[in-house]
Design a binder for this molecule. Structure first.
Ligand SMILES: NC(=O)c1ccc[n+]([C@@H]2O[C@H](COP(=O)([O-])OP(=O)(O)OC[C@H]3O[C@@H](n4cnc5c(N)ncnc54)[C@H](O)[C@@H]3O)[C@@H](O)[C@H]2O)c1
Ligand SMILES: [Zn+2]
Length: 351
């Protein structure tokens, strides 16, 4: 099964998403669009993805390309200017030109860093992202946001779609359970904001939901939203469902992002119940619990969350903005009053 989703992006490049089951490795034609002037491929990868990267490297070599692989530091350590600089120098030593291609194989941290490097090396070379985590596939690799952390997380970056995103469901099927659960938070979020069938799938099958169904659906949601609003002027904000309270909890307590988003969605559910009459808050909570996601905040002070939410860059001048659901797949972005924020924090057990 191979799914192709086309994102139309008139102001920069267009971007193609290819989803399939590729056994040992995707063929060259799946990874790269034909381009006779391309001679070299620089593969960037990190710890959890080295085996997948090695197989892709073999495949590209057999097709006659000159391939070099570089392992970036794991997790957020990849997303630094120092790593970017060292990689620019390495690319230059390889003789990489604008006709050549960077292929990034790894989780969201790796693809964010590689996307930034590819967007800025020689003012931009072709980049193909091969996300190897569920979160990377359904969220980080799609949408053209690249970044490094400079003091603040994702403080510096550019918007630029990858030319292609290649998702191998055989790789995702082998994910360790914690990584599966983290990615599931963002996948179920896609369903809650835009795809009731995806919500049904998770309600029926829980964490056993077939990735062949889940991944294309969640990626289609993200692709559709960013196609309509590449630079996050308006509609793209719905992707931040669960993230207003979620980010604050993540920053205050250090719990994993997917967990924080799940708790944030429970908070948003209660806020929506109080502010826009959402009737699905309990249903959402049960679903997240069934997916082994947390539905209550760890010990954290209410005041601290208020402070962090006020700092959040998505805030507008008049108050805290949240994505709320009127119904499943009917999101709305509203500036919420203090009583609504209180209802949200009450629901997740913040004292
Ligand atoms: N650009 C965006 O729009 C966007 C959206 C969401 C998240 N992000 C970014 O994504 C990052 C988080 O991504 P993540 O959750 O994939 O984390 P990650 O990239 O840090 O990877 C987590 C761990 O999984 C390992 N790993 C990767 N593939 C594996 C596999 N197949 N099997 C086993 N282990 C594997 C990695 O080596 C790492 O240790 C954050 O930096 C976040 O800012 C970006
Ligand atoms: Zn997120």
């Amino acid at each position: 099964m191979v799914e192709r989703i086309l994102i139309d992006e008139t102001t920069t490049t267009s971007s193609e998403i290819v989803i399939g089951r590729f056994g040992t490795a995707p063929e060259v034609s799946v990874v790269l669009a034909p381009r006779p002037s391309r001679q070299r491929v620089a593969l960037l990868t990190h710890d959890g993805a080295t085996r997948v990267a090695a197989r892709i490297e073999d495949e590209l070599r057999r097709a006659g390309l000159t391939v070099a692989t570089r392992q970036l530091p794991d997790r957020e350590a990849a997303k630094t200017l120092q790593t970017a600089e060292a990689t620019f120098l390495w690319l230059n030593d390889l003789g990489m030109t604008r006709d050549d291609t960077i292929v990034a194989v790894g989780g969201g941290a790796l693809t964010d860093a590689a996307g930034f490097i590819a967007a800025t090396y020689l003012r931009g070379v072709e980049v193909v992202l091969v996300p190897t985590t569920l979160l990377g596939a359904v969220d980080a690799a799609v949408g053209g946001k690249t970044a490094v952390n400079v003091g603040g997380k994702n403080l510096a970056g550019v918007f630029r779609h990858p030319e292609r995103v290649v998702v191998d469901l055989d790789v995702l099927d082998g994910l360790p359970r914690p990584l599966l659960i983290e990615g599931t938070a963002e996948a179920v979020k896609a369903g809650l904001i835009a795809d009731p069938v995806l919500v049904d799938l998770y309600e029926h099958a829980g964490l056993d939901a077939a990735l062949d169904e889940v991944v294309p659906r969640a990626m289609r949601v993200k692709a559709a939203v960013v196609s309509g609003d590449f630079r996050e002027g308006g509609h793209r904000a719905i992707l931040n469902y669960g993230h207003t309270v979620g980010h604050a909890i993540e920053t205050a307590t250090g719990i994993p992002h997917g967990h924080a988003v799940a708790v944030g969605m429970v908070a948003a559910g209660a806020a929506a119940e109080s502010a826009v009459g959402f009737a699905g808050a309990q249903r959402q909570r049960r679903l997240l619990e069934a997916l082994a996601l947390p539905v209550a905040a760890p010990a954290v002070e209410r005041q601290e969350l208020h402070r962090l939410m006020a700092l959040d860059k998505k805030r507008d001048r008049s108050g805290i903005r949240m994505v709320l659901l009127r119904d499943i797949a009917e999101p709305t972005v509203v500036t919420v009053d203090a009583a609504t924020v209180d209802a949200a924090l009450d629901a997740i057990g913040v004292a």
